[in-house]
Ligand binder design. Structure first.
Ligand SMILES: Cc1ncc(COP(=O)(O)O)c(C=O)c1O
Length: 496
């Protein structure tokens, strides 16, 4: 099991010291004789150390512990990345990289410092394990059914009509207008499609363009954990300082006093997400009002990721931009993928007043410049869907949600309420596995179902160790089979 590669910026001697240090740690923690195989890579030419654990079952908290304890007592700074420390899984791509990165190879993988701690995302890892074990994938949030015919037809038509060259950078006029019209219908806010909207390659690019276009190195940005994984990586690329407020079960309510004390003179923005991945929480009007007051009082911006705004079950979605005094300090982020079951199209957008969209547009110009032209025309057609489309979507998803939630309860999980998104979070601890990673590995290998460990959504992975996330964006038969497997192969493992 490959745990990571350490590059000493202080020269080869530090790498030697580190290898000695880790071996000493391994012995003092009674991990058995030589559980580590350490390879100095390549010893004679580079100050690098590749760390390999030959007993994958000795998963990682102990290893992470070694890193933490001993790095503080040494002048070396050593951290095993979150992703690598929680995984014994590698993708085909990773395997290829690892093969290149072998002891006889002179080319260990390289990555810029601000991305060093991030590895292959857990979604890729779990999806790849699912294939390996023939497991039903209730992990990664992509539907296993197709988007609507009228949208696909619109894309085909746009291609046939020759709409195939670079689009205008901030979006084809038709799409900008459709986004503005949809936003007005949803929030009552009238925005100028030409001056207040930038079309991007999915919401992920909208998030990146917003952060890179409006955040300076050293600015503080507040996140609510658990959070979508691109936030932390993109903030890291921008050199932002992250402050994290943890939302806790059962209701994942916003701890307003904690938020109040987290805001400082350096706080530039709060990056939030409602309906919320992974918990399914929807921010209540009261919470949004409290956040809004704090932002106005302290001159803080809000970046609001609303990609699940149409997947709501118990209450209506509220855009924070629609609260009094908030539009002028909010960037609203959204995309087509979830609402139209077309996650592979990657059409997204940012909506903000002209003084804020300027930065977003500038960053977007140099990230991708423009987004797929024919798909933008099709996206415009999609957004003009009648209300009945959205009602049907909700009804369909509600039926799927009921199958999964009832099934999970029956299997014995503690299921937390999900008011929106296509996710549900459960507490797995009644099944006696050490943490969310061990539980998900067991679930894939022994039960044949994939879930996502939530510790990857936290700055402090321990906060998520009791929780795993399931998705219900699958057809009903798939959901029923997954529930059936869990009833058959997991229920018997209940401890209390
Ligand atoms: C909260 C959240 N934001 C953004 C995205 C990415 O959206 P897109 O596929 O449009 O880039 C996702 C996808 O899972 C998500 O869950």
């Amino acid at each position: 099991m490959h745990l990571g590669t350490y590059h000493s910026t202080h020269g080869r001697n530090h790498a030697f010291k580190l290898s000695h240090l880790l071996l000493t740690c391994a012995h003092s923690m009674h991990l058995g004789s030589f559980p580590f195989k350490m390879l100095l890579l390549p010893l004679c030419t580079r100050p690098s150390l590749r760390i390999t654990l030959s007993k994958p079952s000795l998963v990682t908290t102990s290893i992470a512990g070694i890193g933490n304890n001993k790095s503080s007592s040494s002048s070396l700074s050593f951290q095993i990345s979150r992703a690598s420390s929680i995984s014994t899984v590698s993708t085909a791509k990773e395997d290829a990289v690892m093969a290149q990165d072998g002891p006889n190879n002179q080319h260990p993988v390289q990555v810029a410092k601000h991305l060093e701690k991030f590895k292959t995302t857990i979604f890729t890892q779990m999806s790849s394990l699912a294939i390996q074990h023939g497991a039903i994938n209730l992990g990664q949030g992509f539907p296993n059914f197709d988007g609507p015919e009228f949208v696909k037809e619109a894309a085909i038509q746009a291609i046939k009509d020759g709409k195939n060259q670079y689009a205008r950078g901030y979006g084809v006029p038709d799409l900008n207008s459709a986004v503005a019209a949809r936003f007005q219908k949803d929030t009552g806010l009238v925005v100028d499609p030409e001056k207040e909207i930038t079309v991007t390659s999915g919401c992920t690019e909208a998030i990146a363009a917003t952060i890179l276009g409006l955040i300076n190195p050293g600015d503080e940005v507040i996140l609510f954990a658990p959070f979508y994984d691109s936030y932390e990586a993109t903030l890291s690329m921008a050199g932002a300082k992250i402050t994290c407020i943890t939302l806790r079960p059962p209701d994942f309510a916003v701890p307003i006093d904690e938020l109040k004390s987290a805001i400082s003179k350096d706080t530039r923005a709060i990056l939030m997400n409602t309906p919320h991945n992974p918990t399914g929480k929807m921010f209540t009007r009261e919470e949004l009002n409290q956040i809004a007051s704090l932002c106005i009082e302290n001159d803080v911006l809000v970046f609001s990721d609303e990609v699940y705004d149409k997947l709501t079950f118990e209450m209506d979605h509220i855009s924070i931009a629609s609260l009094p005094g908030m539009y002028e300090r909010t960037v609203t982020l959204n995309s087509l993928g979830k609402t139209f079951s077309l996650t592979g199209w990657k059409i997204g957008w940012a909506i903000a007043p002209p003084h804020l969209i300027w930065g977003v547009k500038q960053a977007h110009s140099y990230l991708t410049f423009a987004t797929s032209t024919p798909m933008q025309f099709a996206a415009a057609a999609a957004l003009r869907a009648p209300d009945s489309y959205y009602e049907e979507l909700r009804k369909d998803y509600k039926a799927k949600k009921d199958i999964l939630v009832e099934g999970l309860k029956d299997v014995g999980f503690t299921v937390y309420p999900s008011s929106g998104t296509y996710f549900v979070v459960v507490d797995h601890t009644r099944f006696g596995l050490a943490d969310d990673i061990s539980f998900c590995e067991y679930l894939i290998k022994e039960v044949g179902v994939v879930a996502i460990p939530t510790s990857v959504f936290y700055l402090n992975p321990n906060d998520g160790k009791n929780l795993v996330r399931f998705t219900f964006c699958k057809d009903e038969e798939t959901l029923r089979s997954a529930v059936g497997r869990m009833k058959e192969r997991l229920k018997g493992k209940l401890c209390n």
